[in-house]
Design a protein around this ligand. Structure first.
Ligand SMILES: *[C@@H]1O[C@H](CO)[C@@H](O)[C@H](O)[C@H]1NC(C)=O
Length: 250
């Protein structure tokens, strides 16, 4: 009895390992909607295809080694201004990325370029921060947890790909991704500034929020790069597995 049970248990583990270890599907799974090149509404089809991946992106797609986007994890972001101000955010978790909507999409099949716009209505961020230097004339120093809310974020994304031959077949590979983000409104809270001095902490948090747009401008290039890398990897982890002719049939 005990051996049978342990046998059952070990085969269960084997199956689990096979599933989790990313046995890559050799045919396109049904949750990926394929769009035909000849479809007169191919651009709407692509929008639907990306939006219908949402629940899979939320929890991640292990068979393609795509990590969950809820929350989206970014290891570190730092801005190091010549002005003598340095801020580093580590272990950044962004909640709300899966509420994206795609407001426009343009496809150029000749150059394998996709140009699209994203809306993110609400983002909530948790991270650790370390800051040192002068911000808006105030000397700031501290490290600790940071939280933030961002509303009405928009992203403009250009994804450029090329076809590569493998085993006599064409495969799509995205080579670069450019993203430009805009943040509508934001509010940050840095805890433990000046080693936990409450009054100074409140004053500086208020100053930061009063100058939010300016701080955002400094952090933006790094945030854009981190998101672009994540999205480029995600797109390639999926498309690299299937011949172009299957992914985008004529
Ligand atoms: C973010 O929003 C939540 C919910 O509305 C609120 O409780 C929290 O205080 C906000 N945080 C900041 C830093 O504004």
């Amino acid at each position: 009895m005990a051996t049978r049970r342990s046998l059952l248990f070990s085969s269960f583990i084997l199956v689990l390992l096979a599933v989790c270890n990313g046995q890559k599907p050799s045919t396109i799974p049904s949750y990926i909607r394929v769009c035909k090149q000849s479809d007169p509404n191919v651009e709407n089809c692509m929008i639907d295809s990306i939006e219908s991946l949402r629940p899979y992106l939320v929890r991640g797609i292990p068979e393609f080694k795509v990590p969950p986007i809820e929350p989206l994890n970014i290891k570190s972001i730092n801005a190091n201004q010549g002005s003598g101000f340095r801020i580093t955010l580590t272990d950044v978790k962004a909640y709300g990325c899966s509420d994206f909507t795609i407001n426009r999409l343009k496809l150029d099949m000749r150059t394998n370029t996709i140009d699209f716009g994203l809306n993110l209505p609400n983002l909530y961020i948790e991270s650790n921060y370390e800051v040192d230097g002068r911000v808006f004339l105030l000397p700031i120093r501290g490290r600790g947890p940071m939280r933030g809310n961002f509303t009405n974020c928009k992203g403009d994304v250009v994804l450029r790909g090329a076809l590569e031959k493998r085993g006599g077949k064409d495969y799509l590979k995205y080579k670069s991704m450019d993203i430009k983000i805009q943040v509508g409104k934001g509010r940050l809270n840095l805890q433990n500034l000046f080693g936990g001095d409450r009054t100074l902490g409140t004053v500086v948090n208020d100053a930061i929020n009063a100058n939010f747009d300016q701080l955002m401008k400094e952090l933006k290039p790094q945030i854009e790069r981190a998101i672009a890398n994540f999205m480029l990897d995600t797109a390639n982890q999926i498309v690299q597995n299937f011949p172009y002719a299957d992914l985008f049939p004529k």
